[in-house]
Design a protein around this ligand. Structure first.
Ligand SMILES: NC(=O)c1ccc[n+]([C@@H]2O[C@H](COP(=O)([O-])OP(=O)(O)OC[C@H]3O[C@@H](n4cnc5c(N)ncnc54)[C@H](OP(=O)(O)O)[C@@H]3O)[C@@H](O)[C@H]2O)c1
Length: 98
């Protein structure tokens, strides 16, 4: 028989989590009991047990590595990525640059 109290909380990495939609998505996940790694260039350090932050630019692959390492080291897993940080580019996807 399963016991929900023994199930490790799920973990989401959410980019663009310092404000706007990303912040709201992070709040909603936290309200559901998830642990969060929030990423943005200027995100503030967290004092919370369920929420850690990684300051960095998502255009830099090192930021993704640091976010995954932070999730693994602090929470032991990654279940979901919310790839929210971004800008609108009016080009065909195949014309995007890195
Ligand atoms: N709001 C809308 O009506 C709407 C509609 C359609 C699509 N979207 C899309 O939804 C996403 C969020 O929109 P929003 O309105 O919530 O935007 P927003 O309020 O401007 O917030 C953007 C977030 O992304 C972070 N960010 C931006 N560039 C980044 C980068 N290079 N690396 C890391 N973090 C970065 C920002 O923090 P820092 O500045 O600290 O990096 C901030 O936390 C965007 O991709 C937007 O294109 C929004």
């Amino acid at each position: 028989m399963s016991d929900a109290s023994n199930v490790a909380p799920k973990v989401a990495i959410i980019t663009g989590a310092s404000q706007g939609l990303g912040e709201g998505i992070a709040d909603a996940y936290r309200a559901c009991g998830w642990r969060i790694v929030g990423v943005s260039r200027s995100i503030a350090a967290s004092q919370s047990d369920d929420w850690i932050t990684v300051a960095g630019d998502v255009a830099d692959p090192e930021t993704a590595k640091r976010a995954v390492m932070a999730a693994r080291d602090r929470f032991g897993r990654v279940d979901t990525l919310v790839n929210n940080a971004g800008i609108f580019i009016g080009e065909h996807f195949t014309d995007y640059t890195v």
